[in-house]
Ligand binder design. Structure first.
Ligand SMILES: [Zn+2]
Length: 48
């Protein structure tokens, strides 16, 4: 299962919010976490 790199929870792929970063598809629990990632991707990319 994909893991939200911001809050660290496991997600059901079909319910997740997606975002593409450096050619990789990322999954987030909500648009809030997605926005947090987009604001500072370098801070969170270690969790990808
Ligand atoms: Zn989240």
């Amino acid at each position: 299962m994909p893991v939200d790199p911001v809050c660290g929870i496991e997600l059901a792929e079909e319910l997740a919010v997606t975002h593409e970063y450096e050619g990789k598809k990322l999954f987030f629990c909500c648009n809030g976490c997605r926005k947090i990632f987009i604001r500072k991707p370098k801070k969170w990319k270690k969790n990808i």
